[in-house]
Design a protein around this ligand. Sequence first.
Ligand code: PRX
Length: 649
Amino acid sequence: MTHDRAALDALLTEKRRFAPPAEFAAAAVVSDPSVYERAEDFEAFWAGWAGELDWFEEWDTVLEWNPPHARWFDGGKLNVCHNCVDRHLDGPRRDRTALLWEGEPGDRRSFTYAELSREVGRFANVLRSLGVRKGDRVAIYLPMIPEAAFAMLACARIGAPHSVVFGGFSPDSLADRINDAEAGVLITADGGWRRGTTVPLKANADRAVARCPGIEHVLVVARGGLKDHPADMVDGRDHWYHELAAGVDDDCPAEVMDAEDILYILYTSGTTGKPKGVVHTTGGYLTQVHATTRTVFDLKDDDIYWCTADVGWVTGHSYVVYGPLAAGATVVMYEGAPDWPDRGRFWKICEDYGVTVFYTAPTAIRAFMQWGEEWVTRHDLTSLRLLGTVGEPINPEAWMWYHRVIGGERCPIVDTWWQTETGGIMITPLPGVTQTRPGSACRPFPGIEARLLNDAGEEVDAGYLAVTRPWPSMLRTIWGDDQRYRDTYWSRWDGVYFPGDGAKYDEDGYLWILGRVDDVLNVAGHRIGTMEVESALVEHAAVAEAAVVGKTHAVKGQAIAAFVTLMGGREGDEDLAAELKKHVAGAIGPIARPEAILFAADLPKTRSGKIMRRLLGDIAAGRALGDTTTLADPAVVQSLKERYEAKEG
Ligand code: PRX
């Protein structure tokens, strides 16, 4: 778990309370606490939200639940892109701004809903011209440029499930995801901007595609304004998007999709070396992201909404693209780093665009705290009226800083707990209803039922978080591996979903999420499986064995610590440690770069040969060692602890 004991004790004695400001509550989308009771008939509650969307044909049943498989709104027909775009074209939203985009160098583009409709139609026709048909998988590896949203919506329009891969992932990670999903088309760009330099996306894509026999076409968006133009085009395989776009119409009819047709696959880390392709479908997913966007972010037609997530993560899917566009909002999208050209960039964007609702990760808030208030206070943030956080537990100090410095003590904060697998927000305050507490995600969203259980399935005050009822945006399976879906999420208790997090109630029944209870780390809000990093390490010729654990990090929440034994009794040194860090970053992506590497003659193992990661975690966290009685050789761990402490101080 992310918190150590002292931090946990401090957390649970948190007594500060923040009621919704009266003015905020008076105008809120939801201000009546009876919404929770009304949602006890959860099928009726969700059907009410589904009814706000445009359906080509009404559903027959709200929910069919054959654990662990759910079908929501079965028999209903709709199209997600139609709901995010076309639906807004008949009224006053037609000429409202849908997208306000800013590139890292400062270039700007904006699109009304009418313009968005033409961009998406054209993109969809380009995909069609490449032979993409309903059901075909399309991989997307793009920077945060408007075309990322166009590409996703275009796929949704023609019924081709997309698999977006974060632009910071390595060629190997991209290739694994393309091959697993059996995608035939890859959409990428010549590059993108990050901290004043260009990221060579096309070159990375080329290295990936060399390992992907199924890829027939690579569609390349010209980002424009790059320092150099690093795209080598392969004849017959690679196409410039703007060249194909010039030859097609911007009118493309939306496919009629079944509510349970696949909208997208998104890969996320698990407890094995192989990422899982989380499958989301159409009707239930859109219903929940729409409902939560409207109520948790309190979105109204005049809001300027900015979620800082990259479209490579689920937050970018649900709360940059699908949720806010389904709500007809004005969405801000920014390409680059928060500290470029200076540490006030985010606040300059908030000021320039008049952002009213802002959603980011605790790790970013902790970085801003370290950088100092002066970067914030030189900008006018009075347009902000609501703040959100997601991705990891937020420590009360960071919450208070966010409240005071960014929110000017007037903006409610919604700490939203959810996962790639849940598709949409699950545990959260409602900003016009809930009295919040710094560090608590408060309570399940209306219609969601969560409990804390022990291994035996009994209710406890502190234990595993469990979701005890199906919800519309739940994952439907793991792509190509339904057994893994059953084993990972549904095998601990009967018909109950296991998210992999631990949590605790306070005396008033508020939920405090404590962090992962499995071998998954949360580094700067990104999920990384310890096994993935271990596999990358042992691929290096010098490495015999590796064990990876998390260590507490002031800004990232967790950082990666690796214990490594070398081949043939070789001695490790600083150069090799640096080489191994680089090797992991190259194999997975820079987000997986270990912070600390400790070379060891041996790793602590049980008599049956299993590495005791728990003890390594104790060492990395500077805690007293837990139970060592099952170790084959207790001296190994003691000497490792001494060496680690000598090295890390
Ligand atoms: O451990 C929880 C943590 O992030 C995990 C999900 O990661 P991912 O699938 O990458 O999705 C992140 C964005 C939705 C969870 O299992 N987590 C997410 N939100 C919170 C959180 N932990 C505490 N508080 C949160 N608000």
